[in-house]
Design a protein around this ligand. Structure first.
Ligand code: HPA
Length: 261
Protein backbone atom coordinates (compact mmCIF):
# COMPACT_ATOMS: atom_id res chain seq x y z
CA UNK A 1 0.00 0.00 0.00
CA UNK A 2 1.36 3.40 -0.99
CA UNK A 3 0.46 6.19 1.42
CA UNK A 4 0.03 9.86 0.56
CA UNK A 5 0.57 12.80 2.91
CA UNK A 6 -0.54 16.27 1.86
CA UNK A 7 1.28 18.84 3.95
CA UNK A 8 -0.51 22.14 4.48
CA UNK A 9 0.63 25.45 5.97
CA UNK A 10 3.54 24.92 8.35
CA UNK A 11 4.41 21.48 7.05
CA UNK A 12 6.29 21.72 3.80
CA UNK A 13 9.25 19.42 4.09
CA UNK A 14 9.37 15.62 3.95
CA UNK A 15 11.27 15.54 7.28
CA UNK A 16 9.25 12.54 8.45
CA UNK A 17 10.54 10.37 5.60
CA UNK A 18 13.77 8.48 5.07
CA UNK A 19 15.51 7.65 1.79
CA UNK A 20 13.73 10.60 0.19
CA UNK A 21 13.76 11.13 -3.56
CA UNK A 22 11.99 13.86 -5.50
CA UNK A 23 9.73 12.94 -8.36
CA UNK A 24 7.99 15.00 -11.00
CA UNK A 25 4.57 13.68 -12.02
CA UNK A 26 2.86 14.72 -15.25
CA UNK A 27 -0.94 15.03 -15.07
CA UNK A 28 -3.59 16.37 -17.49
CA UNK A 29 -3.69 19.46 -15.25
CA UNK A 30 0.03 20.18 -15.05
CA UNK A 31 3.13 18.82 -13.38
CA UNK A 32 3.42 18.09 -9.68
CA UNK A 33 6.60 17.73 -7.61
CA UNK A 34 6.42 15.18 -4.83
CA UNK A 35 8.80 13.55 -2.40
CA UNK A 36 8.92 9.80 -2.12
CA UNK A 37 10.43 7.89 0.79
CA UNK A 38 9.77 5.59 3.73
CA UNK A 39 7.97 6.43 6.95
CA UNK A 40 5.93 4.52 9.52
CA UNK A 41 7.20 1.27 7.98
CA UNK A 42 5.60 2.08 4.64
CA UNK A 43 6.32 3.71 1.33
CA UNK A 44 5.01 7.26 1.43
CA UNK A 45 4.52 10.07 -1.07
CA UNK A 46 4.70 13.53 0.50
CA UNK A 47 3.08 16.36 -1.40
CA UNK A 48 3.41 19.96 -0.15
CA UNK A 49 0.00 21.41 -0.98
CA UNK A 50 1.22 24.93 -1.59
CA UNK A 51 4.20 23.79 -3.66
CA UNK A 52 7.79 23.49 -2.50
CA UNK A 53 8.56 26.75 -0.68
CA UNK A 54 4.88 27.57 0.02
CA UNK A 55 4.35 29.86 -2.95
CA UNK A 56 0.82 28.96 -4.07
CA UNK A 57 -2.09 30.59 -2.19
CA UNK A 58 -5.15 28.45 -1.24
CA UNK A 59 -7.43 29.63 -4.08
CA UNK A 60 -4.76 28.89 -6.71
CA UNK A 61 -3.63 25.46 -5.53
CA UNK A 62 -3.87 23.00 -8.42
CA UNK A 63 -6.04 20.54 -6.49
CA UNK A 64 -6.88 18.40 -9.50
CA UNK A 65 -3.21 17.99 -10.46
CA UNK A 66 -2.27 17.13 -6.87
CA UNK A 67 -4.91 14.42 -6.44
CA UNK A 68 -4.36 13.07 -9.96
CA UNK A 69 -0.63 12.80 -9.24
CA UNK A 70 -1.24 10.80 -6.06
CA UNK A 71 -3.69 8.54 -7.85
CA UNK A 72 -1.29 8.04 -10.78
CA UNK A 73 1.52 7.04 -8.42
CA UNK A 74 -0.72 4.34 -6.98
CA UNK A 75 -1.53 5.99 -3.66
CA UNK A 76 -4.64 4.52 -2.04
CA UNK A 77 -4.81 6.33 1.31
CA UNK A 78 -4.18 9.99 1.98
CA UNK A 79 -3.79 12.02 5.13
CA UNK A 80 -3.89 15.77 4.88
CA UNK A 81 -2.94 18.44 7.36
CA UNK A 82 -4.79 21.73 7.59
CA UNK A 83 -4.39 24.83 9.72
CA UNK A 84 -7.82 26.04 10.83
CA UNK A 85 -9.53 28.74 12.81
CA UNK A 86 -11.91 27.61 15.56
CA UNK A 87 -15.57 28.63 15.68
CA UNK A 88 -16.14 27.01 19.07
CA UNK A 89 -14.61 28.03 22.38
CA UNK A 90 -14.15 24.36 23.33
CA UNK A 91 -11.85 23.77 20.30
CA UNK A 92 -8.70 25.51 21.47
CA UNK A 93 -5.56 26.61 19.62
CA UNK A 94 -3.05 23.77 19.66
CA UNK A 95 -5.76 21.10 19.60
CA UNK A 96 -6.69 18.94 16.62
CA UNK A 97 -10.05 18.18 15.07
CA UNK A 98 -10.41 14.97 13.06
CA UNK A 99 -13.14 16.42 10.88
CA UNK A 100 -16.00 14.30 9.56
CA UNK A 101 -18.11 16.77 7.54
CA UNK A 102 -17.56 19.84 5.41
CA UNK A 103 -19.38 22.91 4.14
CA UNK A 104 -18.22 24.27 0.79
CA UNK A 105 -18.04 28.07 0.54
CA UNK A 106 -15.39 28.18 -2.16
CA UNK A 107 -16.15 30.22 -5.28
CA UNK A 108 -13.67 29.90 -8.10
CA UNK A 109 -12.12 26.44 -7.98
CA UNK A 110 -12.50 23.59 -10.45
CA UNK A 111 -13.96 21.06 -8.06
CA UNK A 112 -14.49 17.88 -10.06
CA UNK A 113 -12.76 15.58 -12.53
CA UNK A 114 -16.13 14.88 -14.14
CA UNK A 115 -16.78 17.62 -16.62
CA UNK A 116 -19.36 15.83 -18.77
CA UNK A 117 -18.82 14.89 -22.41
CA UNK A 118 -17.62 11.32 -22.90
CA UNK A 119 -17.72 10.68 -19.16
CA UNK A 120 -21.38 11.43 -18.78
CA UNK A 121 -22.91 13.05 -15.74
CA UNK A 122 -21.57 11.70 -12.47
CA UNK A 123 -22.90 12.33 -8.97
CA UNK A 124 -20.70 10.91 -6.25
CA UNK A 125 -21.95 10.10 -2.74
CA UNK A 126 -20.50 12.15 0.16
CA UNK A 127 -22.57 10.81 3.03
CA UNK A 128 -19.27 9.98 4.73
CA UNK A 129 -16.80 12.39 3.08
CA UNK A 130 -13.76 11.41 5.16
CA UNK A 131 -12.50 7.81 5.39
CA UNK A 132 -13.63 6.19 8.64
CA UNK A 133 -10.50 4.01 8.83
CA UNK A 134 -8.10 6.89 8.28
CA UNK A 135 -10.03 9.02 10.82
CA UNK A 136 -9.79 6.27 13.44
CA UNK A 137 -6.03 6.00 12.93
CA UNK A 138 -5.61 9.80 13.07
CA UNK A 139 -7.48 9.97 16.38
CA UNK A 140 -5.46 7.21 18.00
CA UNK A 141 -2.18 8.60 16.66
CA UNK A 142 -2.99 12.13 17.84
CA UNK A 143 -3.64 10.94 21.36
CA UNK A 144 -0.40 8.94 21.36
CA UNK A 145 1.47 12.01 20.14
CA UNK A 146 0.12 14.02 23.08
CA UNK A 147 -2.25 16.13 20.99
CA UNK A 148 -5.77 16.80 22.30
CA UNK A 149 -7.89 15.50 19.42
CA UNK A 150 -11.63 15.92 18.90
CA UNK A 151 -13.53 13.12 17.16
CA UNK A 152 -15.58 14.76 14.43
CA UNK A 153 -16.27 18.31 13.44
CA UNK A 154 -17.52 20.27 10.48
CA UNK A 155 -14.93 22.07 8.35
CA UNK A 156 -16.12 25.07 6.38
CA UNK A 157 -13.91 25.93 3.44
CA UNK A 158 -13.77 29.57 2.41
CA UNK A 159 -12.31 30.90 -0.81
CA UNK A 160 -9.60 33.04 0.79
CA UNK A 161 -6.98 34.24 0.60
CA UNK A 162 -8.50 36.83 2.93
CA UNK A 163 -9.59 35.85 6.39
CA UNK A 164 -13.31 35.91 7.16
CA UNK A 165 -15.37 38.74 8.61
CA UNK A 166 -16.87 38.24 12.08
CA UNK A 167 -20.32 38.27 10.42
CA UNK A 168 -19.31 35.38 8.17
CA UNK A 169 -17.95 33.48 11.16
CA UNK A 170 -21.24 33.95 13.05
CA UNK A 171 -23.11 32.69 9.98
CA UNK A 172 -20.87 29.64 9.56
CA UNK A 173 -21.23 28.78 13.26
CA UNK A 174 -25.03 28.93 12.94
CA UNK A 175 -24.86 26.69 9.90
CA UNK A 176 -23.02 24.06 11.90
CA UNK A 177 -19.37 24.67 11.09
CA UNK A 178 -16.83 24.07 13.84
CA UNK A 179 -13.57 25.03 12.14
CA UNK A 180 -12.68 27.17 9.13
CA UNK A 181 -9.92 26.82 6.57
CA UNK A 182 -9.18 27.63 2.94
CA UNK A 183 -7.86 24.38 1.44
CA UNK A 184 -9.97 21.38 2.46
CA UNK A 185 -12.32 21.68 -0.52
CA UNK A 186 -12.13 20.52 -3.30
CA UNK A 187 -9.27 18.29 -2.11
CA UNK A 188 -11.59 15.98 -0.15
CA UNK A 189 -14.05 15.90 -3.07
CA UNK A 190 -11.46 15.00 -5.69
CA UNK A 191 -9.91 12.33 -3.46
CA UNK A 192 -13.25 10.51 -3.29
CA UNK A 193 -13.78 10.87 -7.04
CA UNK A 194 -10.38 9.25 -7.53
CA UNK A 195 -11.34 6.45 -5.13
CA UNK A 196 -8.73 7.42 -2.52
CA UNK A 197 -9.25 7.17 1.22
CA UNK A 198 -8.81 10.64 2.65
CA UNK A 199 -8.65 11.99 6.19
CA UNK A 200 -7.72 15.41 7.56
CA UNK A 201 -6.11 16.43 10.78
CA UNK A 202 -7.22 20.02 11.28
CA UNK A 203 -4.89 21.83 13.66
CA UNK A 204 -6.53 24.78 15.40
CA UNK A 205 -4.17 27.73 15.10
CA UNK A 206 -6.47 30.55 16.25
CA UNK A 207 -9.98 31.51 17.24
CA UNK A 208 -11.81 32.69 14.13
CA UNK A 209 -12.35 36.35 13.23
CA UNK A 210 -14.20 38.32 15.87
CA UNK A 211 -13.69 35.73 18.59
CA UNK A 212 -10.28 36.75 19.89
CA UNK A 213 -10.91 40.47 20.21
CA UNK A 214 -8.00 41.33 17.93
CA UNK A 215 -7.11 41.12 14.24
CA UNK A 216 -5.86 37.82 12.75
CA UNK A 217 -2.50 37.40 11.10
CA UNK A 218 -0.97 34.72 8.92
CA UNK A 219 2.07 34.88 11.20
CA UNK A 220 0.12 33.65 14.22
CA UNK A 221 -1.07 30.69 12.15
CA UNK A 222 2.52 29.86 11.18
CA UNK A 223 3.80 30.37 14.75
CA UNK A 224 1.24 27.98 16.20
CA UNK A 225 2.03 25.39 13.52
CA UNK A 226 5.78 25.76 14.20
CA UNK A 227 5.20 25.16 17.93
CA UNK A 228 3.37 21.93 17.10
CA UNK A 229 5.51 20.60 14.24
CA UNK A 230 7.27 17.91 16.27
CA UNK A 231 4.03 16.48 17.64
CA UNK A 232 2.34 16.73 14.25
CA UNK A 233 5.15 14.78 12.59
CA UNK A 234 4.81 12.07 15.24
CA UNK A 235 1.09 11.95 14.61
CA UNK A 236 1.59 11.52 10.86
CA UNK A 237 4.15 8.73 11.15
CA UNK A 238 2.03 6.88 13.70
CA UNK A 239 -1.07 7.26 11.51
CA UNK A 240 0.77 5.67 8.60
CA UNK A 241 1.66 2.77 10.89
CA UNK A 242 -1.85 2.38 12.26
CA UNK A 243 -3.98 2.41 9.12
CA UNK A 244 -4.72 -1.22 8.20
CA UNK A 245 -3.14 -2.44 4.95
CA UNK A 246 -6.43 -3.90 3.79
CA UNK A 247 -9.14 -1.38 3.03
CA UNK A 248 -12.40 -2.01 4.85
CA UNK A 249 -14.14 1.20 3.91
CA UNK A 250 -16.31 2.40 1.07
CA UNK A 251 -13.96 5.04 -0.34
CA UNK A 252 -12.80 3.02 -3.32
CA UNK A 253 -16.26 2.29 -4.71
CA UNK A 254 -16.58 5.37 -6.90
CA UNK A 255 -16.79 5.68 -10.65
CA UNK A 256 -13.03 6.01 -11.28
CA UNK A 257 -11.27 8.87 -12.98
CA UNK A 258 -11.92 9.93 -16.57
CA UNK A 259 -9.23 8.42 -18.76
CA UNK A 260 -8.34 5.91 -16.08
CA UNK A 261 -6.41 3.09 -17.70
N1 HPA B 1 -9.66 31.27 8.69
C1 HPA B 1 -9.38 30.64 7.53
N2 HPA B 1 -8.32 29.85 7.38
C2 HPA B 1 -7.53 29.66 8.45
C3 HPA B 1 -7.77 30.29 9.68
C4 HPA B 1 -8.90 31.14 9.81
O1 HPA B 1 -9.18 31.73 10.87
N3 HPA B 1 -6.78 29.90 10.52
C5 HPA B 1 -5.98 29.06 9.82
N4 HPA B 1 -6.42 28.90 8.57
Amino acid sequence: MLFGIIGGSGLYDPEILEEVKTENVATPFGEVDVYRGRGGGREVVFLPRHGPGHTVPPHLVNYRANIWALWKLGVSRVIATAAVGSLRRRLRPGEAVIVDQFLDFTKSRPSTFFTGGAYGVVHVDYTEPYCAEVRRALLAAAREAGIVAHDGGCYVCTEGPRFETPAEIRMFARLGADVVGMTGVPEVVLAREAGLCYGTVAVVTNYAAGMAGRPLSHQEVLDLMAENTTRLRKLLVRTVELVPAERNCRCGGGPGLPGME
